[in-house]
Design a protein around this ligand. Structure first.
Ligand code: CDP
Length: 194
């Protein structure tokens, strides 16, 4: 079975939570594509060279979930050659036998435009910053500034900018519990699986 669920959206919108829950519910493989860009930035040196030789071990490095790693990821993610070096792996993963869920910024638009289910998960910047702050702590206003800065960079870049695919279902989780957001996504996938 080839079956791809593409989940895109801005920083801290809940993509990862929804993606993991959908994958577990339907027995699909899951790839957090943000981790690829975080790992490339964390490797240091020339980001293009880093992307070309990225290994699973690089994704197990400590600290990849930090705010700083997120900002660094968003900078290297704007480089066309970095994205190109990571494309084949993501496409292969998306179309692997047994089905897959990928979350990121360009899954429904660039990596897998033929995905059977496309979701664009979003929430207001304030809500997203609050959620991220609950995870990482620190100064909440600073977290909000970071979220806004990263979204602007991700949506404004020329190469694979973050945007909802024309045929994506929008899921605004500003007023939703995790359970509700997951239930909506699960219902969509179940309907498509038949
Ligand atoms: O978890 P969060 O939404 O905060 O970030 P992430 O999904 O780990 O992504 C980190 C950064 O990687 C983003 O800000 C994007 O710049 C970049 N990214 C991308 O360009 N394309 C993807 N498919 C996934 C992430």
């Amino acid at each position: 079975m080839r079956f791809t669920v593409a989940i895109d959206g801005p920083a801290a919108a809940g993509k990862g939570t929804v993606a993991r829950a959908v994958a577990a519910r339907f027995g699909l493989a899951h790839l957090d594509t943000g981790l690829l860009y975080r790992a490339v930035a964390a490797k240091g040196g020339d980001p293009v060279a880093a992307a070309q030789v990225l290994t699973p071990d690089d994704m197990a490095v400590e600290g990849l979930r930090s705010l700083e790693a997120g900002q660094a990821a968003s900078r290297v993610a704007a480089i066309a050659e970095v994205r190109a070096a990571l494309t084949a792996f993501q496409r292969g993963f998306a179309r692997r036998r047994g089905g897959a869920v990928l979350d990121g910024r360009d899954i429904g638009t660039v990596i897998c435009p033929e995905a059977e289910v496309k979701l664009f998960v979003t929430a207001s910047p304030l809500v997203r910053a609050h959620r991220r702050w609950l995870e990482v702590g620190g100064d909440e206003a600073e977290v909000l500034r970071g979220v806004i800065e990263r979204d602007a960079r991700d949506a404004g870049r020329t190469e694979a900018p973050m945007r909802a695919a024309d045929d994506a279902v929008l899921l605004d989780t500003s007023q939703m519990s995790v359970e509700e957001a997951v239930a909506r996504a699960v219902a969509l996938v179940a309907a498509r699986l038949g």
